[in-house]
Design a protein around this ligand. Structure first.
Ligand SMILES: C[S@@+](CC[C@H](N)C(=O)[O-])C[C@H]1O[C@@H](n2cnc3c(N)ncnc32)[C@H](O)[C@@H]1O
Length: 274
């Protein structure tokens, strides 16, 4: 598949995920908890096709600035096109491990389903700490793919499918559960860690997000699932009642407004969930 077709497919997946019940729920909550205020400089790392940039612009107001960073040129092009009419939006080429921004230059940062793909999640979160100002807030959202459970009479194939996803499809598949620790270790106060269950009760909506047929085919081609058994498993999923789900973790970190408040590893005492 050509690179542009692959990007177009990924964008249609991202649009569908954002429009889904669970997508709207966690994205809305995450942006609310980010507490974007009028005049803020807001950073979206791994902004993709600009899914949430307009909502950020609306929250930051005419005196604010919204910066989307993505390493993929195809994503940046679509993000630019979609935000052409929005004032105060900049789309920059850059990598989460080395953001193209100066120290203490942004008030708010959001990272949504990007850390699951990066080489070094801890370094990427440390980079967020570098660019955030005192009083800054960061919002992270990542799935925990080890929690993926798909109801089927062939339970063993469901489990093997999840193991294939965690071992061969997503680089940092268990990142969701680590978000609080990553924030803490980077010197943030961990304000909250929450879970949203993404639950699918019909095959079609699950297929749009989980891509079970394509992933199962990849797994049997790579020798991780038996083809006949996986085909029977897939056809069983499409018939009758369906249930699949996984846990999605969101976490908020903050930096106290003044240095006296004790930012840094030694100064962070707040418990997760407090
Ligand atoms: C799953 S998409 C999420 C897009 C967007 N955050 C959203 O919620 O729709 C992940 C995005 O992160 C970008 N990305 C992955 N690794 C990156 C990195 N190391 N630095 C910057 N962007 C990265 C990808 O190009 C892609 O656009």
């Amino acid at each position: 598949m050509s690179r542009s077709r692959a990007v177009a497919r990924q964008i249609s997946y991202l649009d569908e995920a954002a429009a889904s019940d669970v997508g709207r729920r966690y994205k809305g909550r995450l942006l609310g908890e980010l507490r974007i205020g009028s005049g803020h400089v807001v950073l979206d790392v791994g902004c993709g096709p600009g899914t949430d940039l307009s909502a950020m612009v609306a929250a930051a107001g005419p005196d604010g600035r919204v910066i989307g960073v993505d390493r993929d040129a195809g994503m940046r092009e679509v993000a630019r096109r979609r935000t052409r009419a929005e004032p105060g939006v900049e789309i920059l080429a850059g990598d989460a491990h080395a953001l193209p921004l100066g120290p203490a230059s942004v008030d708010r940062a959001r990272v949504d389903r990007v850390l699951q793909h990066v080489d070094d999640p801890a370094a990427a979160v440390a980079e967020l700490r570098r660019v955030l100002r005192r009083g800054g807030r960061v919002a992270l959202a990542e799935p925990d793919w080890d929690t993926l459970a798909i109801d089927a009479t062939d339970v063993a194939t469901s489990r093997a499918f999840t193991r294939f996803v965690t071992g061969h499809v997503v680089r940092n598949a268990g990142i969701g559960r680590s978000l609080g620790r990553l924030l803490h270790d980077a010197g943030f106060i961990v304000e909250s860690v929450d879970a949203t269950v993404a639950l699918f009760r019909d095959y079609r909506s699950a297929e749009a997000i989980l891509r079970m047929s394509a992933v199962a085919e990849r797994a049997w081609r790579a020798g991780h699932l038996d083809e006949d058994r996986a085909r029977a498993w897939l056809s069983g999923l499409t018939a009758g009642p369906f249930l699949a789900g996984f846990t999605f973790i969101t976490a908020i970190g903050r930096i106290p407004p003044s240095a006296m408040s004790g930012v840094g590893r030694a100064g962070v005492h707040q418990a997760i969930g407090a």
